[in-house]
Design a protein around this ligand. Structure first.
Ligand SMILES: Nc1ncnc2c1ncn2[C@@H]1O[C@H](COP(=O)(O)OP(=O)(O)O)[C@@H](O)[C@H]1O
Ligand SMILES: [Mg+2]
Length: 387
């Protein structure tokens, strides 16, 4: 074994619980994939910088970030399609340098289905098996099983052109899982599909991943996709990891203003501390009002601070804590909920997503809003969470 050091977090967790990762029982509890301090450069341009991550077996991990932040580059490095210029990547505890590309047991699904257009569904799905010299009856059995799994049983004889976009993507998925890869890489596999199909496929992919217990690394720039599918989300920005956590963690407790803003259009309210006792702080907003927030530690008077307030945490109506008066700039009815954009003065606009009680308040009218002092996150001058 050329590589013995493993991320301490993963090791201690699997030892102490001794339980149910999806693939427990294989007796092999090294991370399915581990990156250690990798850099990836295209010429002089460093696309990924100092990236470290250990992905537990059987988990569903998403790389989330805007276009160009390095997500595809990281996936390509696992498959050996791009070279790393620093650091190490291991698959199942083995450094990938020791594994030739064709022996890396990896399934790939991309945005474009990349099916062979003139080959039947059977031949498309069987491709990876023929290539691996699996006997014919076994190929037939496994293709049948994979097609059942993606809910297109009996479609062996069809051509890709006879299938819808969503169905073609299911075939691409069947082709990627049919040889039981160690890791499944999915690069924006849903972005070419229409909205309804996208939601259906989210559920489908997640179900297949759970049933097979396969380790999946999913890439998307769509926060809803990431939040609804992932065990862990890695938020990326300009080639670097900004934060890693469960969907709830990255959404509820963003560590930086980038994460707060990228996930869910947070309201970022600038202000400065006027009083603080270690549990609560009073903040004078740039817009003029004073609000009270729960603070994890005492803050010096005069400290510049940004309050991260989710639209869902903004309450509409009078008699609420942290009362702010404003005027409705826009109101959109979303069936049960209303999205308001509210001008609270000094060019500060707050977005509220609130359940409709009574009548909607129309554009141009005055509105009272507020929020729970514990319902927000504080960021310091550097844009990092106060903790
Ligand atoms: N083959 C390449 N040659 C040069 N630059 C590249 C190449 N592929 C990607 N890049 C650059 O690397 C950065 C990351 O790209 P990519 O990993 O594709 O981002 P993402 O998948 O997050 O949109 C981008 O700035 C992109 O322009
Ligand atoms: Mg990409």
């Amino acid at each position: 074994m050329p590589d013995t050091a493993v991320s301490p977090v993963i090791t201690s967790r699997s030892e102490s619980t001794g339980t149910s990762q999806a693939n427990a029982g294989t007796g092999y509890e090294r991370p399915a994939v581990e990156f250690r301090n990798i850099d990836i450069a295209y010429g002089k341009f460093v696309a990924v910088r100092d990236f470290s991550l250990a992905i537990p077996r059987g988990s569903f991990v998403t790389l989330l970030g805007p276009s160009g932040c390095g997500k595809t580059t990281i996936l390509r490095s696992i498959a050996g399609l791009v070279d790393i210029s620093r650091g190490q990547i291991s698959i199942g505890g083995r450094r990938v340098d020791d594994i030739p590309i064709y022996k890396r047991n990896i399934g790939l699904v991309f945005q474009s289905y990349a099916l062979f257009p003139h080959k039947s569904v059977f031949d498309n799905v069987a491709f990876g098996l023929k290539y691996r010299n699996v006997p014919k009856p076994e190929i037939t059995r496994r293709v049948g099983k994979a097609l059942e799994m993606v809910r297109l049983p009996g479609s062996e004889k069809k051509l890709p052109s006879q299938l819808s976009g969503g169905q073609q993507q299911r075939i691409a998925l069947a082709r990627a899982i049919v040889f039981e890869p160690e890791v499944l890489l999915l690069d924006e596999p849903l972005s070419a599909l229409d909205a309804n199909m996208r939601e259906e496929m989210r559920v489908e992919i997640k179900k297949i991943q759970k049933e097979t217990g396969i380790t999946a690394i999913f890439v998307t720039h769509d926060q809803e996709e990431a939040l609804s599918m992932s065990d862990q989300i890695v938020v990326m920005n300009a080639g670097m990891m900004e934060q890693i956590g469960t969907p709830e963690e990255v959404y509820e407790t963003p560590r930086t203003s980038f994460v707060a803003d990228f996930l869910g259009k947070a309201n970022l309210l600038a202000g400065s501390v006027t009083a603080s006792d270690g549990q609560n702080a009073t903040v004078a907003l740039k817009a003029g009002q004073r609000v009270s927030v729960v603070s994890p530690r005492p803050l010096s008077t005069g400290t510049d601070i940004t309050i991260v307030l989710r639209p869902q945490k903004v309450q509409v109506g009078a008699g609420i804590e942290n009362r702010l008066s404003g005027r409705v700039i826009s109101a959109s009815y979303l069936g049960g909920n209303v999205i308001y954009e509210i001008d609270i003065g000094e060019q500060t606009v707050i977005r509220a997503n609130s359940q409709l009680v009574g009548k909607m308040i129309p554009e141009g009218e005055a509105i009272e809003i507020g929020f729970d002092p514990a319902g927000c996150v504080l960021l310091d001058e550097t844009g990092s969470r106060v903790s």
